[in-house]
Design a binder for this molecule. Structure first.
Ligand SMILES: [Zn+2]
Length: 281
């Protein structure tokens, strides 16, 4: 009987993605774990978008109950689009319920947790962050992670090499917290694999950037799986927030409505100007 639960979240990783990686032979630890574990497809939420999806997992609520459907939200009184943050969501997360029972959790890098809120345990927030000034609770954990791992949340560049380095840092921070702090529930999201999949996932084989990223994930996964069974007596669960497929088309609805004369705007922003109306493939 396990006394702890560790949830590893791989963002945007459905079995069609994972099967390809395993076929290419770059993820032997994941391959072995899948062969030995119970597996199955999970249904995401509607819309299947990172920001409400992780929160839906953590709260058991759907986007209508959370009050968040997308990364950003339209603020009609302010006449602007604003960034949703952790404060935009309704609902209590699993670690809030555990905190109420004095059961410590550690949460690392889950999107929609910035700014972090106090829990029994540790919360290191994930994307999207306004800045990297206060992303951890308790605050001293942030100084500790920065000193040990040069940890930060938001990539400084669009260079995929930096994304892979950051994936490694997430695991290092998790290993460190896992072995130095008390916990019964641990959540870690590897978010930047979603970003790399958006850039490099294609029908033509495994892109070298993805191969490198998956090698980093797989090595850390193997280490994690070993440590959890050897020293933590913890159950390991691996899950995702949504899947990844090739886009067949896109409807730029506002541009189409404007072209048909159903939408008028006072100032045409550069975004509206650039969008081609209708469906583009
Ligand atoms: Zn996602």
């Amino acid at each position: 009987m396990h006394s702890k639960v560790f949830v590893l979240g791989l963002d945007g990783v459905s079995f069609n993605v994972l099967d390809r990686v395993i076929q290419e032979g770059v993820a032997p630890n994941l391959r072995q774990a899948i062969a030995e574990a119970a597996t199955g497809d999970l249904q995401s939420i509607l819309p299947a978008v990172t920001y409400p999806a992780w929160k839906a997992y953590a709260t058991g609520l759907d986007p209508s109950q959370l009050g968040v459907y997308w990364w950003r939200a339209l603020s009609i009184p302010e006449k602007r689009i604003r960034q949703n943050t952790a404060r935009s969501f309704r609902g209590r997360e699993v670690w809030d319920h555990l905190s109420a029972k004095d059961i410590p959790s550690i949460v690392v890098n889950m999107p929609s947790t910035y700014p972090p809120h106090p829990i029994q345990g540790v919360m290191v927030a994930g994307a999207i962050a306004d800045d990297d000034s206060a992303y951890a609770y308790p605050e001293r954990v942030q100084q500790d992670l920065e000193r040990r791992f040069r940890y930060y949340i938001t990539p400084r560049t669009t260079d995929p090499k930096e994304a892979i380095v950051l994936i490694q840092k997430r695991f290092e921070a998790a290993f460190y917290l896992m072995e130095t702090r008390p916990w019964y529930f641990f959540h870690l999201t590897i978010f930047l694999i979603d970003h790399l999949l958006h850039l490099y996932f294609s029908k033509e084989g495994l892109h070298p950037v993805l191969a490198e990223a998956w090698q980093v994930i797989d090595q850390n996964f193997g280490h994690l799986r070993y440590r959890l069974s050897a020293t933590q007596n913890a159950l390991l669960m691996v899950m995702s927030d949504h899947g990844m497929v090739w886009k067949k088309g896109q409807l730029n609805l506002n541009a189409w409505l404007r072209q048909q004369g159903y939408l008028a705007v006072r100032n045409v922003s550069s975004i509206v100007r650039q969008l081609k109306p209708g469906i583009s493939v």
